[in-house]
Design a protein around this ligand. Structure first.
Ligand code: SF4
Length: 345
């Protein structure tokens, strides 16, 4: 089992539930816009939020963001240790920084000391696209072993200053490299792992790559917190993360839709029906499975494992519960009847 760290009140690792992270894409120094986005992400199910800190104005804005943020705030720092110190003083709950990139051990010590004093962890974020030159020269190309070696280099620097409140990410835009790197790291250390496939792409392909990479790792028991990276509104990242956790059988909150693939027996517009039900289920937080099936002959039986569902026929359909037919319903009332039944469950 990995060791546990705390990001604000959220435990990560050590058997804690896998938490969902996302990152704001507003200007961090626009405090109101950033807070508005954080609230939206929190409402969608995000557990931990990261903000970019590219300059002093952003680092200072962290204090105001922290005053009202419903989520723990991680600051993302590249290269500049002074920005890290400023953001830590402003109340950050975690720092994402690679100590090997900040230019000198006195700077690493300053950041490690500041984090220790405030009791906040550091995430070492190895990215396949920005490995150290010497490591790349040694391996000749980006590979899982090179990424893990990079992570241990950063870890050793922090350990030198007696700092071990660490979590690690090893992201690549290649799913196989990402998966192997995390598996290797989990065999060689017990640091909690922040998992994700980086630069995964737009909503469709990015979600698929993340589902394979993150979902595959979770199925192997690897991963303590996750971010789905999408070129999209960050709220899509949170929806995708929730769905991956649900599909992997890790989180059971919220309703799950099952719907049939349609076939030559289908006589209703099942695709629209399934989309409508899926949309309305977003606000149902009961741990139930709801089926939308394309025919009355096979539908209720095929979906007998679902808690309830509908099956479409010609002009009318069936409402069923655990595979047992409750009643016939005119087609235009099917969805409303289904949601009345869901309310009673
Ligand atoms: Fe075909 Fe009916 Fe099965 Fe849907 S439920 S795939 S319509 S047989």
């Amino acid at each position: 089992m990995t060791k546990q760290i705390h990001v604000g009140k959220v435990p990560v690792g050590g058997g804690a539930p896998v938490s969902i992270q996302s990152m704001t894409n507003t200007r961090t120094d626009d405090v109101q816009a950033t807070l508005k986005q954080i609230r939206t992400l929190a409402a969608a199910g995000c557990d931990i939020i990261r903000v970019a800190v590219p300059d002093l104005a952003a680092a200072r804005a962290v204090a105001k963001i922290k005053e009202e943020s419903p989520l723990p705030v991680v600051v993302d720092i590249h290269f500049d240790y002074k920005l890290a110190l400023e953001a830590i003083a402003a109340g950050a709950d975690k720092v994402r920084i690679n100590p090997g990139n900040i230019g000198g051990e006195d700077r690493v010590k300053a950041v490690a000391d500041a984090c220790r004093q405030r009791g906040i962890p550091i995430r070492i974020g190895v990215n396949g696209g920005s490995l150290e030159k010497d490591i790349l020269a040694k391996y000749g190309h980006v590979c899982p072993e090179a990424m893990v070696e990079s992570a241990f280099g950063h870890i050793r620097l922090l350990n030198k200053f007696d700092f071990d409140d660490i979590c690690v990410s090893l992201k690549s835009s290649s799913v196989p490299i990402t998966m192997k790197a995390y598996q290797l790291m989990s065999r060689e250390s017990n640091y909690p792992l922040h998992i994700g496939v980086t630069e995964a792409g737009t909503v469709r392909m990015g979600t698929l790559k993340s589902a394979v990479g993150i979902g595959g790792l979770l199925a192997l028991g690897v991963g303590d917190t996750m971010r789905v990276s999408l070129s999209a509104d960050p709220v899509e990242e949170v929806y995708a993360a929730r769905d991956i956790l649900k599909a992997a059988g890790i989180r059971k909150d919220g309703a799950e839709l099952v719907s049939c693939p349609t076939c030559g027996r289908t006589r209703i517009d099942l695709i629209s029906l399934a989309n409508e039900v899926e949309q309305r289920l977003k606000t149902v937080d009961k741990p139930i499975t709801v089926a939308v099936m394309g025919c009355v002959v096979n539908g209720p039986g095929e979906a007998s494992a679902a808690d309830c569902g509908i099956a479409g026929g010609v002009g009318e359909g069936l409402l069923f519960k655990k595979g047992q037919i409750i009643k016939k319903v005119p087609q235009d009332q099917l969805v409303d009847e289904l949601f009345r039944l869901i309310e009673t469950l």
